[in-house]
Ligand binder design. Sequence first.
Ligand SMILES: *Cc1c(COP(=O)(O)O)cnc(C)c1O
Length: 356
Amino acid sequence: MINQKFFTVGPNQLYPTVIEHIQTAIEQNICSVSHRGQVFKNLFAETKHNLQKLLNIPDDYHVFFVGSATEAMEIAIRDCVGQTSYHFVNGAFSEKLYLTAKDLNKKSEKIEVETGQDFAWNNLNIPATTEMFCFTHSETSAGTYLPLPEVYALQQKFPNKLFAIDIVSSVPVVNLDYKKFDLVFFSVQKGFGLPAGLGVMIVNDRCIEKAKILQANGFDIGGFHNLLSLVEKEQENQTPETPNVLNIFLLNKVLEDMNKIGIEKIRKKVFLQAEKIYDFFDSHPQYRPAVENKKLRSQTIIVIETGKETKNILTKLAADGLVVSSGYGKFKDSQIRIANFPAHDLDDFKKLFEGF
Ligand SMILES: *Cc1c(COP(=O)(O)O)cnc(C)c1O
């Protein structure tokens, strides 16, 4: 095995127990069992239970397995929005959700701010036709977190509209109040430290009802993966298609591991690491965190302004087997992005700091 450590924003360093769980999966013939058989049904039910336990998801929410977060974006819009969704755009991933709505011919609208900036929460121009609000909790391109109290206040104000949120690069670190949302989604190759190729949707009955209404009104709610086919199969602890059984198995195992440690402890560790990383760069003579507003700083994706030295730093780190991400889009040559997930330890970051 090549000795490398990944601080990339996704895929990322595998969670330390994953290799051993892959071994177990092979021993238990997990890759060969039928997705219609009892072994898989038990796995589905257990994974759902362990996820609900770890993230404190209310019992009446559905859990669906899909191909990726990108697919979840499409299902969210297609199955919950007839005409208008309203998007909070502060970077490339929130923009992607907005563009997904446009691709699906919705008359969606957005409020947009520069990366690293907050929205004018008291001065939003929300169309009365809005059916669903769309948020990205951790904007992976910019290194910002959305201020959740502002989102909760908005939900209080618009209890009849749907609220959807992408938590891809903050799960399981974000302590989300799931009751404030109707649809939440993530993929597993970031904070859970698993191989890519599995998306998870957490959805309440209001979304299912909305999909039924849209379908009854002649809207295209999609093919094999739509909220109605997913919920129908979920009732039998199954998926419409042959899913990524190996990855569901690994997710279940990592959820078990994390439940054993306790989510509070995991979050505390990640927050402490984030504090050390921000402290290091706040007091660095040459480099600084890209997000100035401390209230908006992501705890899991930390973006550093490295200017003209970016390439040199990346080369130096790579020589030591340390892999980070470059900046997103136009910041490719002037920023470095560092992931801080449960798979990482403080000692990993101490080694990383030596490269700066
Ligand atoms: C990585 C990422 C995605 C896309 O995830 P896929 O698994 O590649 O579909 C979506 N949203 C955010 C915030 C991300 O960081």
